[in-house]
Write a protein of this length. Structure first.
Length: 232
């Protein structure tokens, strides 16, 4: 009976891990007309493009025909570090599971590990469906001053382009590094996002913290809460 329970626990952990991986890697095909991150129509040059805040991190269409005339890319170093950091934080979650499982009594070890892995899968799906949108969506009115809107529900508009805010004067931004001098005349910068990593990567990085935060609470709930209550 004990070996059968262990087998079921391993199958459950594998299923949750595959669910989590699929949720975090979901990508949606977008056209430039979908209003993706930073898409601007009618700039001073008469074209349209993806403004990331850095002339080396975008694509730009000068004649508004939908075909990129100038290719720019997100910063490879920033992307590499963000991927590394996301992986390290994500690896912490199963580490927490086995740590708590080792501290718990033997009868609660499998249950404790299972709770953490279930949280890992559920939070991944929840983050894609509505969590990221409520955390990082825009503020439309006074009604949602303390949470985001629903613009990113289901990772809608979360593209592989680097997000940016509206073009603004550079004196209000972090540094001249983000100037778009080759894109527009004058010193124009992105007013909110630095524009060095894809939006999907940023969302995945934040998801790893959304996953591990409730997982850390499991240690205080061992032998105090039913498995079904944890899921709810």
């Amino acid at each position: 009976m004990k070996s059968r329970n262990h087998k079921y626990a391993l199958i459950l952990m594998a299923a949750v891990a595959m669910t989590a991986t699929g949720a975090l890697s979901t990508a949606y095909a977008q056209q430039t007309s979908d209003g993706m991150d930073g898409y601007v129509v009618g700039d001073p040059d008469g074209g349209a493009g993806i403004y990331t805040g850095n002339p080396n991190e975008c694509w730009y269409d000068t004649d508004d025909d939908g075909v990129p005339d100038m290719y720019c890319y997100v910063d490879t170093g920033d992307m590499a570090w963000m991927l590394t950091a996301s992986s390290l934080v994500l690896f912490m979650t199963p580490g927490v599971a086995f740590f708590y499982g080792g501290l718990a009594r033997s009868k609660n070890a499998v249950n404790t590990i299972g709770m953490v892995f279930i949280i890992m899968g559920l939070m991944s799906v929840q983050w894609v469906l509505w969590g990221y949108s409520l955390a990082f969506g825009g503020v439309d009115s006074d009604a949602n001053l303390f949470m985001g809107n629903l613009d990113y529900v289901g990772f809608n508009n979360v593209s592989h382009w680097a997000p940016l805010g509206a073009p603004s004067p550079c004196e209000d931004t972090w540094a001249p590094y983000y100037q778009m001098q080759t894109m527009k005349e004058g010193d124009v910068c992105s007013d909110t996002w630095p524009g060095t990593v894809p939006h999907q990567l940023f969302a995945m990085f934040q998801a790893t913290f959304a996953i591990i935060t409730p997982a850390l609470i499991v240690g205080g709930l061992v032998d105090r809460m039913k498995f079904s209550a944890i899921v709810v």
